[in-house]
Design a protein around this ligand. Structure first.
Ligand SMILES: C[S@@+](CC[C@H](N)C(=O)[O-])C[C@H]1O[C@@H](n2cnc3c(N)ncnc32)[C@H](O)[C@@H]1O
Length: 292
């Protein structure tokens, strides 16, 4: 059932005008400030936009290198933060059938991006928002692409680490992330493309039992994806030979002493536990008994 729609002489919906707070009993609507669709007037009216990064579009070759490095698939949700004319989001949709979101602070760029997605027929896979990338919610991304600047990457870094799920890939055209070293770097002529995989947070004191009845304990320190620490078996100091973290998977190699056999534990971080991901040596999930 359609609602009755009433329009004024200029074709505006009376209900919309009322919702905007205009007194429709007053015949003189000359004080209404409708935006002239002419772009010249629009630019004059538009508030000053402060760009943290100037608009420089990514070259097609680099876009494909970025999509390849991220191993983007149709299962992904790709966010381009500072999306310009939407070319990365559109390429991912066209080439990989990937759903994508582009965010840019410049409304002209968003208009271009929406038009581009429409022309290429991928509007059903893409969304573009005008907004500040430093404040936008991108937490449902599985891939984040960036072509920003070192300082903007650094400002964004804590949010990328805290708000993205472990395993999310971050791909940056040309600019790195300071002391968060990339998991992979690819050289495209004179340009570097960087990849980081968001690591789970595994620092703390963990304890679990093995099927042989031993109690293992590790104290892990973490800097980004790098993990180190100490181990104990049944309360006695042991050797933590190696600790490797990728996304939410943690591999620990532990020995009773230098001459004993190395035991390998592959665990998946879930909530406050590390669950056995391989083998039958680990009898119980590792539980966190202290958070630093
Ligand atoms: C170097 S261009 C990259 C465009 C696109 N990602 C590409 O690779 O082709 C940077 C973009 O970031 C946008 N930008 C700058 N500061 C921003 C901010 N604070 N929030 C959102 N977008 C911003 C600019 O408008 C520009 O389109």
């Amino acid at each position: 059932m359609y609602k009755d729609l009433t329009f004024d002489d200029d074709g505006y919906l009376i209900d919309e005008l009322r919702d905007l707070g205009y007194d429709l009993e007053d015949d003189d609507l000359s004080d209404l400030d409708f935006r002239d669709p002419d772009y010249g007037d629009y630019a004059e009216d538009a508030p000053d936009i402060i760009l943290d990064v100037p608009y420089v579009p990514t070259d097609e070759k680099i876009i494909y290198a970025m999509l390849d490095l991220a191993q983007v698939t149709s299962e992904d949700v790709l966010y381009d933060l500072g999306c310009g004319d939407g070319r990365i989001v559109v390429a991912a949709a066209l080439e990989r059938n990937t759903r994508g979101v582009g965010i840019d602070i410049d409304p002209m760029r968003i208009t271009e991006a929406i038009e581009y997605a429409g022309h290429t027929g991928v509007e059903y896979l893409t969304r573009f928002f005008e907004g500040d990338l430093l404040e936008a919610d991108f937490s449902d991304a599985t891939v984040v692409t960036l072509y920003l600047l070192d300082l903007v990457n650094l400002e964004l870094r804590p949010r990328l680490l805290d708000e993205l799920r472990p395993g999310t890939r971050i791909i940056s055209h040309a600019f790195d992330m300071g002391d968060w070293k990339p998991d992979q770097r690819q050289n495209c002529g004179s340009i570097n493309v960087y990849k980081w995989i968001v690591p789970a947070k595994v620092a703390g004191l963990w304890e679990w039992q093995t099927t042989q009845g031993d109690t293992y304990r590790v104290e892990l320190k973490q800097k980004y994806q790098r993990v180190s620490g100490q181990a104990w078996i049944n309360g006695q100091p042991a050797l933590l030979d190696s600790a490797l973290l990728q996304a939410d998977l943690l591999e620990l190699i532990i020995k009773k002493n230098t001459s004993s056999r190395a035991e390998r534990f592959l665990m998946q971080h879930k909530g406050r536990e590390l669950l056995a991901a391989e083998g039958d040596l680990q009898a119980t999930p590792a539980v966190k008994i202290f958070q630093p």
